[in-house]
Design a protein around this ligand. Structure first.
Ligand code: PMP
Ligand code: GLU
Length: 403
């Protein structure tokens, strides 16, 4: 793809950018399905549930009530206040509406923060396995991604000691998700305190804590690093509506940040989108002020599917998986199958294996290379039990064919 693009006078910035692998695999799965194949798509991370009815109703009402104009750039004041209330109540963050900026998805929220904070050559420490877009977003901001990796033995989590070792005079931020996409790992309060204690020692290092999977937590309660006094003035908490409320298409995310960072993100956004969709914001308000019954039911379903998928993966020779504690991904190590061949084609990397599984088994997942973990593949279990059983069966049959 980039070989073709570089024939044209695109910017250096664009030429250095990789395509989102989650979205690329999903596009390929859609293309195969359009050709009539029965493809099971486990590549894109999105709830397979509909948005709860009371949220949809609020959007319909917003249209009828005439919310068809630009909203204030950082979001409607009542939505920002409701988000601040939620963060105070559930996450113990010390925030008011002025700390909140609502954006077109958590994806844009993170880009706003990086464009506001990161300059050429500033280093951002990214915990691997990481969500595909982090590295590319840092590159867009002309920063330098510095990747540190967790091991499967430590449930893929990096340690505070690793963070400390990676810090240089150029370090400007650390960036990670918990619950983690793609591993499902969740940092404990104790682990976050240790990381916070390291960051607190440095004046100009910020924490970008992506908590978008907060509600999809199977084992314990969520802890927000931004609630710790030693880092409260240097933490940007990112969250949104896509995952917990099954609202991916509505495109609403937000940050809670020190006021000067929120103001900077407001400024960026004012030149880029003028704020997110008025109707989607009204829906988000209904979501955040409504009860969490639907979110809890969805999480219970993901937990059941996590157990199902884990069990099925154990029955596939050579695969090793950790037990995800949150989100809706499982990230098995597939190294036993790397280096094998099919019809004379060598499977060198996890992304080759993901492509092989798509072509042979018609199951789409994503190679771990894009997540900074080349021995793994990411399988989303936000799909029906029936599709998950069928997909894992097909994956097993396809892997057995490799020699
Ligand atoms: N962070 C993580 C870790 C994600 O998996 C996603 C999913 N797309 C996002 C941020 C962005 O979410 P959205 O833009 O849909 O709010
Ligand atoms: N966060 C989801 C994923 O990881 C959605 C696609 C994307 O934005 O990357 O699959």
């Amino acid at each position: 793809m980039s070989a073709v693009l570089t024939q044209y006078p695109l910017s250096e910035r664009l030429n250095a950018l990789s395509e989102s692998e989650t979205l690329a695999m999903t596009k390929k799965a859609r293309e195969l399905a359009a050709q009539g194949h029965k493809v099971i798509s486990l590549s894109v991370g999105e709830p397979d549930f509909q948005t709860p009815q009371h949220i949809k109703d609020a959007a319909k009402k917003a249209i009828d009530d005439g919310y068809t104009f630009y909203s204030p750039v950082p979001g409607y004041p009542e939505l920002r206040s409701a988000i601040a209330d939620k963060l105070k109540r559930e996450n113990q963050l010390d925030v008011t509406a002025e700390n909140i900026v609502v954006s077109t998805g958590a994806k844009q929220s993170i880009v706003n923060v990086l464009l506001s904070l990161i300059g050429r050559g500033d280093e951002v420490i990214i915990f691997a396995p990481y969500w595909v877009s982090y590295v590319e977003m840092v590159k867009l901001a002309e920063g330098t991604p510095v990747v540190i990796s967790g091991t499967i033995e430590n449930d893929f989590k990096v340690t505070a000691a690793q963070v400390e070792k990676a810090i240089t005079p150029k370090t400007k931020a650390i960036l990670f998700s918990s619950p983690c996409n793609p591993t499902g790992s969740v940092f404990s309060k104790e682990e976050l305190i240790e990381i916070a204690n390291v960051v607190a020692k440095y004046d100009n290092i910020f924490i970008i804590a992506d908590e978008i999977y907060e509600y999809i937590n199977f084992e314990g309660s969520h802890f927000s690093i931004g609630s710790l006094p030693q880092v409260k003035d240097k933490t940007i908490t990112v969250n949104g509506f896509s995952k917990g409320y099954a609202m991916t298409g509505w495109r609403v995310g937000y940050i809670a940040a020190p006021k000067w960072i929120a103001a900077a993100c407001d400024k960026v956004q004012g030149q880029v989108t003028s704020g997110t969709c008025s109707i989607a914001q009204k829906a988000a308000y209904a979501a955040i002020t409504g009860d969490l019954t639907a979110a809890k039911e969805m999480t219970a379903a993901y937990k059941r599917r996590r157990d199902l998928v884990l069990d099925l993966i154990k029955q596939i020779p050579g695969l090793k998986a950790n037990k995800p504690q949150g989100a809706f991904y499982i990230f098995p190590d597939v190294s036993a199958y790397l280096g094998k061949t099919f019809n004379g084609n060598k499977i060198e990397k996890a992304s080759d294996l993901a492509m092989y599984l798509l072509n042979e088994a018609h199951v789409s997942c994503v190679g771990g290379d894009a997540f900074g973990a080349p021995n793994n593949i990411r399988i989303s279990f936000a799909a029906s039990d029936e599709n998950l059983k069928e997909a894992l069966h097909r994956i097993k049959e396809a892997l057995i064919k490799l020699s």
